[in-house]
Write a protein that binds this ligand. Structure first.
Ligand code: DLL
Length: 446
């Protein structure tokens, strides 16, 4: 049986001990793990061996934590080029789980976990829940999608490890989500923030005031959101809303989480080494400066990842947190350095849309992606210019084409888009790079 007691700002739990390690001990642990993970990657993954050899670095050259900067970066293209299992450092017989996330073009990227990796994932998710003040008496409704997306199962196993009661609703079916939330006495909700806003608005339409329910905590992540959105959610639902961050390539959710102070996300530094680099030069920036987050897994067996360019922009917060945790915080991620956007929690690259359109029509027409938010739900419209040749087609041929585009997009990206055929030359041409994405999801629209 584990014991809980209050610290200055929240609860301290023995299973969160790694959050509070003395800094010297934490850095020492990180170095030992970094040395081991680089050795493992070098010895077992040809891709990493070649990369390290190409810059003349051997695992033994990592003598202190700062030496991590001698190592070459990894990015999504490395996962794409080695699809599906080329970065695995464990035999398939040791892999107990696979997940996948969007690649930059047609194919997803695949990530694998050993039993030991699953233990780590459970542990960091359990610590995430403890950080936001949840415990074994909570009833946690998990509306992150179950499936290839890491959100659903990642949060699920963490909540079970906590000893809480998990209600695995997955995403969608909003009326039922609200019924479950009310009837099951749910006290905490996991979801993408935009989906929870949709839940709030649907509940309002149903005449239900969420403030009258026992719900007290929201655990939100998988997409950027803002302070005004937090205030809106907290006020409308009568809860505390927390930001959690993670990415499939590193583990899934569980990389970083807010604590009850709600001022930055604590990185689970005993498992993930964080650096901030200049997105253009790749040069490491000092703590406090904003740049691109680069992460190295310190304990992953199946798929160790060295210096992963997340493309997420943030900064490390050097000051210690009033909650007493020693693991460093990072600021909220508000934007990315690349053209990836997130619709209803699903990562999408414009190049995927392009690949899908090309599947349906050999000559790629001019297109534009319009993102909007209605009733809290993200909408994706893909406007495709018909060509003069297509104009000769009958209405039913055009309708067919529209359907083929929509189907191809759903097949490639996994979510539905509204496809609108527009007249030739009606999409604005830009002087330089084509502006493929128009995002009208403003904070005030929530
Ligand atoms: O979104 C894992 C996750 C699930 C995190 C549930 C939190 C909760 P991917 O699908 O691989 O993994 O997408 C990772 O999503 O690089 C960020 O750009 C974005 N992202 C994730 N969490 C946040 C957040 C999951 N709290 C990509 N704020 C990341 C802003 C986020 N962006």
């Amino acid at each position: 049986m584990s014991v809980c007691w209050n610290d200055k700002a929240g609860t301290f739990h023995p299973d969160s001990a790694a959050d509070y390690l003395p800094l010297r001990q934490l850095r020492c642990l990180q170095l030992q793990r970094l040395q081991a993970v680089v050795k493992r990657a070098y010895e077992r993954v040809e891709h990493f061996r070649q990369r390290l050899d190409s810059v003349g670095v051997k695992p033994e050259d990592i003598r202190e934590l700062e030496d991590v900067r001698f190592l070459p970066f990894t990015d999504k293209n490395d996962l794409r080029d080695t699809y599906p299992y080329g970065l695995f450092a464990s035999p398939m017989s040791d892999i107990v789980r696979l997940h996948a996330s969007s690649g930059t073009t047609g194919k997803p990227i695949v990530v694998g976990y050993t039993q030991q990796d699953m233990e780590v994932w459970k542990n960091v998710m359990k610590r995430t829940f403890l950080s936001v003040g949840l415990h074994q008496n909570d009833i946690i409704q998990n509306a992150f999608g179950y499936g290839l997306f890491t959100g659903g199962l990642g949060a699920h196993y963490g909540a079970e490890a906590l000893g809480a009661t998990v209600v695995p609703t997955s995403g969608g079916n909003t009326d039922r989500q609200i019924m479950v939330m009310r009837d099951f006495g749910v006290t905490a909700m996991c979801a993408t923030p935009s989906y929870f806003v949709h839940i709030i608005e649907t509940a309002e339409d149903m005449g239900l005031d969420l403030r009258s329910l026992p719900l007290r905590v929201g655990v939100f992540g998988a997409e950027p959101w803002t302070e005004p959105m937090r205030h809106y959610i907290e006020e409308k639902a009568g809860i505390k809303a927390y930001d959690i961050y993670g990415l499939s390539e590193i583990i899934g959710p569980g990389v970083a989480t807010e604590c009850v102070v709600q001022d930055g996300l604590h990185i689970h530094e005993d498992h993930f080494l964080a650096e901030i680099v200049d997105p253009v030069t790749g040069e490491v920036l000092p703590d406090g400066e904003e740049g691109e987050l680069v992460l190295t897994t310190l304990s992953k067996e199946a798929m160790p990842i060295i210096r992963y360019r997340t493309h997420d922009i943030t900064r490390l917060i050097p000051e210690t947190c009033p909650c007493g945790r020693t693991i460093r915080r990072m600021a909220r991620v508000s934007r990315r350095t690349d053209d990836m956007f997130i619709v209803r929690g699903v990562n999408v690259f414009p190049a995927q849309i392009e690949a899908a359109l090309l599947r349906a029509e050999r000559n790629l027409p001019h297109y534009q992606i319009i993102l909007s938010r209605k009733g809290g739900l993200d909408q994706m419209e893909v406007q495709v210019e018909v060509t003069k040749e297509m104009l000769g087609d009958t209405i039913s041929e055009l309708e067919n084409l529209q359907k083929r585009f929509a189907k191809a997009i759903e097949d490639v990206v996994g979510i539905r888009a509204v496809v609108t055929l527009v007249e030739p030359q009606s999409i604005a041409r830009s002087q330089g790079k084509a502006k493929r994405v128009i995002d009208t999801r403003k904070e005030d629209q929530l």
